[in-house]
Design a protein around this ligand. Structure first.
Ligand SMILES: Nc1ncnc2c1ncn2[C@@H]1O[C@H](COP(=O)(O)OP(=O)(O)OP(=O)(O)O)[C@@H](O)[C@H]1O
Length: 611
């Protein structure tokens, strides 16, 4: 009973997915869907009609040996040949026409499905999913296979319609000859269907297992061929190493595909053997019937082609069923992706608007770890950042500074404790709304392989067309003069491989960092977050930036992370993070007097400058 219920649930689930796929195709282009099905049914009847014409021609010719009226024979033959011509037109035109309709539909569906996939990915406000390999497996499967699933499903349904039309038309004929034979021919399809579905599952598992391998192989390929890696790969002579790993990985992928095909071949061999026995048996029955004089010579040809057609139609229908199963499994991944929930971020149903920050930001007993299996990165942090002041966060590598910024910008939510914006828990705000009030530059800022104009303008897409604001931001970041010297100025393409022909250019790391700063200045955000903003700047650029620092930060609440202590001292408050906890808090002067970690680090850096 339990098993039956499980089967019923499985079948119901499968039917639901099939329905959803077809509904998707229908929504995209209903006329094409109907036209396709009609065309396939018409083509499905073609084999029966052709067999009937051949039978009729043979019968007419055999009768001619007994009858004496050649005129009647010619008229009969002409009529049959005319019908055959119509059938041929349907067969010849139908196939390319349905191929065209299917390709058109497929293009529209691909656009729809791909856009939906990336819309969904873009709607994930947090970043925890992006660090999960399972998520990447799903995306890869969905992006490469599932986008074709609805089209494939429609094609399967079409082929099934065509098959059903052929089958039903011939089956009626075969039942009239021998119901037992018809039954035997039909029963042989059962093992075919079971085997094909089993193979389809194995195929899906193979794709799934290959997915991380494909990702790795693609990564090694990038290491070997992309410009950012070319320098180091050559200097360390890593080409052969990555090439070997690429080849190993590709060999694994292809090996798995080959094994699957061998499995399929074995099963299909067995099925072909079964089908040969049934067809031969059916042939014997037909010949026996002819011997006993119950059927004509034309009938023999007709019945033989009926058995052959039913057999091949049933096999291809079983094959289509297995393809349907493939599509269904891939489509299920697509639906799962669309139903993916935020894991780390709590989503409030009635979000508050983000008010102007008047008092400040409070971290109350905040603790965080990336997952339950990983150690605590931040532990019991209590901190108050007054509005319109600057807080500098210092600490050794891995102390948790960037992680704290990820919590403030709601890329993650604290595992314990809360962060309050003028007393309101920031989980009450929509992440996007909160981020609109924050300008941030991370130490691993993005280098967009786009124009200079876009690289700055993307800091505020509302001002993307506003060249005046873009130039102002570039001036603030100290990069305007350099841009002016470029052949195409702000329209210069900052990419050597995305540019058309050889028109692209590239910046130095420090220039890229200035560009990222300019991007941040495009926003008049209440809170500015600078994670190592000057790490790649030369001494002069850093000096100039900090000369204007107070002016640039005026009216903003600012959080500054840096390992450069001459920068840190500008902050009103300095917090020292050690192993995920705040160990010291105060002004530069206070912390030096305290003679703790800060004073020690400051002293070490000052000494290294003096040496
Ligand atoms: N996505 C992640 N998943 C798991 N652990 C992470 C992740 N990101 C960072 N960590 C770990 O959290 C700890 C704190 O990292 P974080 O980047 O916050 O340090 P940091 O103080 O900014 O260091 P640095 O000065 O080197 O930039 C490190 O031990 C790091 O390995």
């Amino acid at each position: 009973m339990h098993k039956i219920r499980r089967w019923l649930t499985l079948i119901a689930g499968t039917m639901r997915y099939i329905g959803q796929m077809l509904w998707l195709a229908w929504q995209v282009q209903p006329v094409y869907c109907v036209a396709l099905i009609v065309l396939e049914i018409l083509q499905g009847i073609v084999p029966l009609a052709t067999a009937w014409i051949i039978k009729s021609i043979i019968d007419l010719l055999t009768q001619h040996f007994h009858a004496q009226d050649p005129g009647q024979l010619v008229r009969g033959l002409m009529a049959l040949l005319l019908i055959q011509a119509v059938i041929l037109i349907v067969a010849q035109l139908g196939a390319p026409l349905s191929e065209f309709l299917l390709a058109e539909l497929s293009r529209k569906l691909t656009l729809q499905v791909k856009t939906t996939i990336y819309q969904k990915i873009n709607s994930l406000a947090g970043i925890s999913h992006f660090e999960d390999p399972q998520f990447h497996n799903t995306i890869e499967m969905v992006a490469t296979h599932a986008q074709m699933a609805p089209t494939q499903m429609l094609q399967n349904v079409n082929m099934l319609c065509k098959g059903a039309a052929t089958l039903l038309s011939f089956l009626g004929v075969l039942i009239a000859l021998s119901p037992l034979l018809a039954l035997i021919v039909c029963i042989t399809v059962l093992p075919q269907a079971v085997v094909q579905i089993k193979l389809s599952r194995q195929r899906f598992d193979m794709f799934f297992d290959n997915s991380p391998r494909e990702r790795r192989a693609a990564y090694y390929g990038r290491l070997l061929s992309w410009a950012p890696y070319a320098k180091e790969v050559r200097l360390f002579n890593l080409g052969q190493y990555f090439l070997t790993r690429f080849t190993e990985m590709t060999r694994l992928i292809l090996g798995a595909q080959s094994q699957q095909q061998i499995r399929e071949l074995r099963w299909q061999g067995g099925l072909a053997f079964l089908s040969t026995i049934v067809t031969s048996g059916a042939l014997v029955v037909v010949v026996l019937q002819a011997f006993s004089g119950r059927i004509s010579i034309g009938d023999i040809v007709f019945y033989i082609s009926a058995v052959e057609s039913i057999q091949s139609t049933l096999s291809s229908m079983a094959f289509e069923l297995s393809n349907m199963n493939d599509s269904m499994l891939f489509f299920r991944q697509y639906k799962e992706l669309l139903h993916l929930q935020e894991e780390q971020l709590s989503v409030t149903q009635e979000p508050c608007a983000v008010p102007p920050l008047t008092s400040g930001i409070t971290l109350r007993n905040v603790s965080f770890r990336y997952s339950e299996q990983q150690p605590w990165v931040l532990r019991h942090i209590n901190l108050f950042l007054p509005a319109c002041q600057c807080l500098a966060l210092v600490g050794l590598n891995g102390a948790g500074k960037t992680t704290l910024i990820k919590l403030l910008t709601r890329l993650y939510d604290p595992t314990e404790g809360e962060i309050l914006w003028d007393g309101i828990d920031i989980r009450e705000f929509e992440p996007q709304e909160l981020r609109r009030n924050m300008g941030a530059i991370f130490q691993d800022f993005v280098r967009y392989e786009l124009t200079v104009h876009e690289n700055i303008g993307l800091g505020n897409t509302d001002l993307l067309e506003n060249t005046v604001e873009i130039q102002k931001a570039a001036l603030k970041a100290g990069i305007h003069e350099r841009i002016e010297k470029l052949a195409d100025g702000y329209q210069s393409m900052l990419s050597l491989w995305m540019a058309e022909e050889k028109g692209g250019t590239d910046f130095s790391v420090g220039e890229w960092q200035k560009l990222a700063l300019a991007r941040m200045f495009m926003r008049d955000s209440q809170v500015l977050i600078l994670d190592e903003p000057t790490a790649s700047l030369d001494a002069q650029a850093e000096y100039e930036l900090y000369q204007h620092f107070r002016e640039l930060m005026r009216g903003h609440t600012c959080i500054l992370i840096t390992h450069r202590f001459n920068t840190v001292r500008m902050a009103e408050q300095i917090a020292v993070l050690e192993e995920g906890q705040i160990s010291e808090l105060g002004t530069h002067k206070e912390l030096l007097e305290r003679n703790g970690t800060y004073a020690q680090l400051y002293g070490m850096q000052a000494e290294s400058y003096r040496a």
